[in-house]
Design a protein around this ligand. Structure first.
Ligand SMILES: Cc1ncc(COP(=O)(O)O)c(C=O)c1O
Ligand SMILES: Nc1c(O)cccc1C(=O)C[C@H](N)C(=O)O
Length: 405
């Protein structure tokens, strides 16, 4: 049996407030662009939902472009130029002018390219890589290997420790914009400025911020950035990642993976490598066209949607969720790891509680899908394109009921 959590009048008040907020939400109609059921899907920070038009688009890609046009599609269906074209479609979502982003490979591979290329661009005597000690693990593993390959030392520091860790030996700093576990948003403008003041380069991992909040890559002078597209960009499972190289740095970008797709004359089949100009220097080999074109179609859900509006709704949703959790779960049942301050909050709420893995299984069984991160964290990701305030109230209410069991 469940203990009662919030009083019935309180629940009615929150449900009514949710209806008012949904009615005033300009982004509410965007939900229709997605194929969703009545599950409350709060796992878009791991795998974004399917945009409704993608299956038909992919049927055309497979049946007509591949099945009928076959090899002609590299030119006639725009396959060959898809990585740069899609990079330019992602660019406004992360505050970048065209010509600086190429889509392809995984985030892990792009972290490797960015880090090694950054150490190659760093000045004489700069032989230390700083890596976010709280990073999603893959960045740390890749940084360790990149350091060994380049003869650099590697030091793990928290983002807060970066300013005092910087020195005249620092070559590059790899940071996560939003912490995957806590949902903490790090201060990209001021950290990038501090890194530059020390003469080093800044590489940012945008996996948990792109599509959820303004990033401002150009505005803040970020050197290199990477990110995935299967979370808030809804590109699909394993969809291509992307690499941003600031235009001024492109002529010096010396890729550690100089495949033929980044050659200035790929079909010249020369035995020696000569890099192409611009963003396509970040390409490696043949792109994964099916995933690439699913991503391109998925990005159409952004037509007419501003990142600023998404950010405003994201903060309103997470504020409302925190309020509902505190009403429905009572004091002491959960500990919130996500900062209260908007300036430090991404688009997820992370709650620590006892038996978090079991609690999440029960939530999923009741139609509230978040995820569990080892050892004791419940994560709830809020995708403003398809999550409403009613969903948010329902998720918090069911969480309260399960915690009271
Ligand atoms: C911050 C961050 N970086 C990297 C990755 C993963 O990269 P990849 O797509 O290479 O698996 C994730 C999530 O999977 C992530 O959250
Ligand atoms: N990339 C993933 C996958 O292939 C399977 C399951 C989950 C993922 C994720 O994206 C995890 C995610 N980066 C996280 O923040 O935990």
């Amino acid at each position: 049996m469940s203990e009662p959590t919030a009083s019935a009048p309180k629940a009615a008040e929150l449900a009514a407030l949710a209806r008012t907020l949904d009615a005033a939400d300009d982004l509410a109609p965007v939900r229709e662009r997605f194929a969703l059921d009545d599950v409350v899907y709060l796992d878009g920070n791991s795998l974004g939902a399917l945009p409704a038009h993608v299956p038909d688009r992919m049927a055309d890609v497979v049946r007509r472009q591949w099945g009928e046009l076959r090899i002609r599609s590299w030119a006639e269906s725009g396959w060959w130029t898809a990585p740069e074209r899609i990079g330019d479609r992602i660019a406004p979502l992360v505050g970048a002018a065209p010509g600086q982003i190429v889509a392809g490979d995984s985030t892990s591979v792009n972290v490797f390219k960015a880090l090694v290329a950054a150490t190659r661009m760093a000045g004489e005597g700069r032989t230390e890589i700083l890596v976010d000690a709280t990073t999603f693990p893959t960045d740390g593993y890749i940084a360790e290997s990149a350091a060994r390959l380049t003869g650099c030392t590697l030091r793990a520091v928290t983002p807060q420790e970066v300013p005092s860790a910087l020195g005249d030996r620092t070559a590059v700093v790899l940071l996560n914009h939003v912490d995957y576990r806590t949902g903490r948003l790090h201060d990209l403008p001021s950290l990038t400025a501090a890194i530059h003041a020390s003469g080093a380069l800044a590489v940012w991992d945008l996996c948990h911020s792109a599509g959820a909040l303004p990033v401002g890559l150009d505005e803040h002078g970020v050197d290199l950035a990477v990110g995935c597209t299967y979370k808030y960009l809804n590109g699909g499972p394993g969809s291509p990642a992307y690499l941003y190289v600031r235009s001024e740095l492109q002529p010096r970008f010396d890729s550690p993976l100089p495949g033929w797709n980044s050659h200035q004359d790929p079909f010249g089949m020369s035995p020696s490598y000569a890099p192409a100009p611009g963003a396509l220097r970040g390409r490696v080999g043949t792109p994964d066209i099916l995933s690439m074109l699913a991503l391109e179609a998925a990005l159409e859900v952004w037509d007419g949607v501003s990142v600023a509006a998404v950010r405003a709704k994201s903060l309103a949703l997470t504020d409302f969720f925190l309020r509902c959790v505190s009403e429905y779960s009572g004091p002491g049942r959960v500990q919130c790891l996500t900062p209260d301050s908007h300036a430090e909050r991404g688009s997820q709420v992370a709650l620590r509680c006892a038996d978090a893995g079991e609690v999440m299984k029960r939530l999923i069984a009741r139609g509230v899908v978040g995820d569990f991160r080892h050892p004791d964290v419940l994560r709830f990701g809020f995708t403003p394109l398809y999550t409403g305030f009613g969903d948010t109230e329902r998720a918090a209410r069911i969480l309260g009921e399960e915690l009271a069991r």
